[in-house]
Design a protein around this ligand. Structure first.
Ligand code: HEC
Length: 134
């Protein structure tokens, strides 16, 4: 085969591959829509700059622990208790009841988006990665 034939073969293979990958998308059907309350919690999370000390999916500040799966590993009540009282190293933000509910709702939402560190995932032959739904 000459170079031109190789090049044309690759071009021809690239088209169906692209169509396949782009129409498959990255499935995220297990992620439900964010509730109004969780959205408010997200706003508070940004306002109080929690990410300065905490991470989601390993990204953020490193003074406090990663919060991606704090709800499923420790429970909503545990997260709420931390927010209510603070600790020696984490400030008490004096959140009121509805702010606490919203913040916990947001942490619950983030928990449903995936696992960190990724412990259970599958690499598809066409190059995308999916985490298995729990
Ligand atoms: C100044 C840094 C700092 C900020 C800002 C901060 N935290 Fe923390 N947080 C910590 C530290 C440090 C810990 C670990 C507990 C300890 O060592 O006292 C912690 C623990 C937690 C925990 C328990 C996690 C676990 O796995 O035990 C939750 C939940 C939490 N923080 C939520 C938040 C939220 C939500 C905000 C924003 C309102 C926030 N934190 C802001 C430092 C911070």
């Amino acid at each position: 085969m000459n170079r031109r034939a190789i090049f044309m073969t690759l071009c021809a293979a690239f088209i169906p591959y692209s169509v396949y990958v782009y129409t498959q998308g990255t499935e995220a059907s297990h992620i439900r829509a964010m509730s109004e309350e969780a959205r408010y919690g997200q706003q508070l999370f940004q306002e109080f700059n929690c990410i300065a000390c905490h991470q989601f999916y390993g990204l953020g500040g490193y003074m406090g622990p990663d919060l991606t799966n704090v709800v499923s590993s420790r429970g909503s009540a545990y997260a709420r208790a931390f927010l209510m009282s603070g600790t020696q190293r984490m400030p008490n933000f004096n959140l009121n009841e509805s702010e606490l509910d919203a913040m916990v709702a947001y942490l619950e939402f983030v928990d449903t988006t995936g696992r960190y560190p990724a412990d259970d995932y599958q690499i598809n032959w066409y190059g995308t990665v999916v985490q298995s739904d729990e």
